[in-house]
Design a protein around this ligand. Sequence first.
Ligand SMILES: Nc1ncnc2c1ncn2[C@@H]1O[C@H](COP(=O)(O)OP(=O)(O)OP(=O)(O)O)[C@@H](O)[C@H]1O
Ligand SMILES: [Mg+2]
Length: 311
Amino acid sequence: MSALPALSIRDLRKTYDNRVEALKGVSLDVQEGDFFALLGPNGAGKSTLIGVVSSLVNASGGRVEVFGVDIQKRRSQAMRLIGLVPQEINFNMFEKPLDICVNYAGFYGVPRAEAVQRAERELRAAQLWDKAQVMSRTLSGGMKRRLMIARAMMTEPRLLILDEPTAGVDIEIRRSMWKTLREVNARGSSVILTTHYLEEAESLCRNLAIIDHGRIIESGPMKQLLAKLDNEGFLFDIENELPAELPLIEGAQLSAIDAHTLELEMPRSKSLNAVFERLNQAGIVVRSMRNKANRLEELFVSLTGSGDKAA
Ligand SMILES: Nc1ncnc2c1ncn2[C@@H]1O[C@H](COP(=O)(O)OP(=O)(O)OP(=O)(O)O)[C@@H](O)[C@H]1O
Ligand SMILES: [Mg+2]
């Protein structure tokens, strides 16, 4: 394994001709072997970011490297490392899956005999080998989407990038694609996908970044972000002067915002009784309290479409 990240983005900016600032200084790293999700609502900048990385969109500023190869300075070399699965199905419906895969590899300079071998391997991996010779138009929706993945894998990309591969498809198709993608990742390709679905990121990805209005607002291991969601924040207005040392509360974090305001963060599952007990013992009188807005949670609720996920 090389120490170079699969993808390294620094201060990436994109302003479209209509002056929409789709990316406002995005930085992120995706390690080799990772399964990474870029999660964000409509218009967040996900497709723009993927467009820049795959050389379909010109950046207005910043730097992108794929396994250490600068996409601006050594474009074709960088492109050979990437496989792209666009959101829309864009193969010729009147071709057969085998031909679609073989011709695609030919376009990238893979000799025909080699391409035929690879096509068998990739179509088998996508559970499409028995459909290799049928007209693609007759494939089911899920099969068509798996064919998109098989085709992208024909160039043996070290980094597979998918833009909303499962948008608008039913849960059964989504699950069959997850299986294919997990296998792609297990075979050694790093995978990045964009998605609206928290559930998808949760099920597939080890690491993720959340993008909103052209900025990364959170990034890190999936588990860590979920743990953050399980925390609840409160602000206490304090009647009297706060003591120099705040009481320690097991499993919770108490900090002073100013002379008369305390902030508390603790797991949702924990009761507030113990907190009040400790504050009482320390002679701290709480006049009122309110919930602190959790930006991540609000975003997740909006991404999942309703509050039922958090409930
Ligand atoms: N070719 C373009 N010309 C002008 N503005 C664009 C263009 N493509 C995207 N935008 C704008 O840039 C912003 C980011 O769009 P982008 O398509 O990157 O978002 P997204 O996160 O992929 O959204 P979605 O989830 O809906 O696919 C939006 O405000 C969009 O209207
Ligand atoms: Mg998009």
